[in-house]
Design a binder for this molecule. Structure first.
Ligand SMILES: NC(=O)c1ccc[n+]([C@@H]2O[C@H](COP(=O)([O-])OP(=O)(O)OC[C@H]3O[C@@H](n4cnc5c(N)ncnc54)[C@H](OP(=O)(O)O)[C@@H]3O)[C@@H](O)[C@H]2O)c1
Length: 341
């Protein structure tokens, strides 16, 4: 496994921070949003793939441990665990249609969560924070491929401007903490994530997982699948376990304050229609598929460049999409009772 090989290599080398040597371990890593799609993937890599090094402690939080919108609860949970490192994943997240209905709350809750986590990390002397941005925060009107330098170059798509502006402020805040205090707080920008423990809700889930649930339901009920929109928009999808491996690499090795895009290559971008083909094969669905073109497509594409990632990790092996969709569908069917539907 290349990722865990990288992790072990990083232990012997230490992580160099802008001129000074930062000792890697033993770390006490607090993962906010540890019960979600990405958090569960990191937990898997830490516990099952040798991602955790000797002497380290990893704590995975859910909203039950602390509501991070509340500064008092945020401070209390940091006091309890006294982390040296933080992976900040917690966010109010949702699918396209939920964002369109609720931009104000996506803005306010995420601004509060992010400020509470970053400021508390600062106050408690946390050495490194890796936060999670999203490729949907990039400007709507832009040139492609999008890269890390273009985050603030124009308004995000109107469908999710609340969430996007809150996420963009993490990057601004990271640079301010570095300028004022020299802190190494950085961010990663994944494209569309999917995998076990995703939100498979048909209304509010992410596109792939919602389509998996719709297709599974249609197969059971012998009906057609209704896909929202034309199926034409194109997306880069990243399997949650690949993302988990990359985030752990970033925590140990990535020295920049500027964010880094975590994505498969531009050549691996596929249309929703193509993704649907892979899902129907994985679930062995033989019924009809109807594309409802009266519904919004959202952004037609948001092709992101992974050139920076490839400069750091030229050989990182992304799981082939077909394989990752099959594993996610298998997980969903086997865990239907506990899956978020
Ligand atoms: N999924 C994607 O396609 C995608 C793409 C790009 C970036 N991201 C980013 O990746 C990160 C993780 O996303 P995900 O897909 O793993 O989301 P998810 O599965 O919905 O998980 C969200 C996590 O945040 C926690 N959370 C939500 N509100 C909270 C609050 N007020 N206080 C404390 N914890 C709270 C949830 O806890 P509970 O389980 O207790 O609710 C859960 O652990 C997010 O920052 C997201 O913006 C995701």
């Amino acid at each position: 496994m290349v990722a865990s090989h990288l992790l072990h290599e990083s232990k012997s080398r230490g992580v160099r921070g802008m001129g000074s040597e930062i000792k890697v371990g033993p770390m006490r890593v607090l993962v906010t949003g540890g019960s979600g799609l990405v958090g569960k993937a990191i937990e898997h890599v830490v516990q099952q793939e040798g991602g955790k090094l000797e002497g380290e402690e990893w704590i995975f939080l859910s909203s039950k441990d602390a509501d991070l919108v509340d500064v008092g609860q945020t401070r209390a949970v940091f006091e309890k665990y006294r982390p040296t490192h933080v992976i900040h994943l917690a966010a109010k997240v949702g699918g396209l249609y939920l964002h369109m209905r609720d931009n104000l709350h996506f803005l306010r809750d995420n601004l509060k969560i992010n400020d509470n986590v970053l400021q508390t990390a600062h106050e408690m002397g946390v050495t490194r924070v890796v936060s999670c941005l999203s490729s949907c925060i990039f400007p709507d009107k832009t040139t492609y491929p999008i890269d890390e330098t273009m985050i603030h170059n124009g308004s995000p798509h109107s469908s999710n401007f609340g969430y996007s502006h809150a996420k963009r402020m993490i990057d601004v805040q990271n640079r301010a903490y570095f300028q004022q205090y020299g802190h190494h707080y950085t961010a990663v920008i994944p494209t569309n994530v999917f995998g076990p423990y995703d939100n498979f809700n048909i209304e509010n889930g992410h596109v792939l997982s919602a389509l998996m649930n719709k297709t599974y339901k249609a197969k059971k009920e012998g009906t057609a699948v209704n896909v929202c929109g034309s199926g034409a928009p194109r997306r880069q999808f990243i399997y949650s376990l690949d993302l988990g491996r990359l985030i752990i690499w970033a925590l140990r090795e990535y020295e920049e304050i500027d964010p880094i895009i975590f994505s498969v290559g531009e050549e691996d971008e596929i249309s929703i229609k193509e993704a649907m083909d892979l899902i129907t094969k994985a679930l062995d669905f033989k019924g009809k598929i109807h594309y409802d073109t009266t519904l919004s497509d959202g952004q037609m594409k948001k092709t992101a460049s992974n050139a920076k990632l490839r400069r750091y990790l030229p050989d990182f092996p992304f799981t082939p999409l077909k394989e990752a969709i099959q594993m996610t569908c298998d997980w969903f069917v086997a865990n239907y009772d506990i899956a978020r539907t």
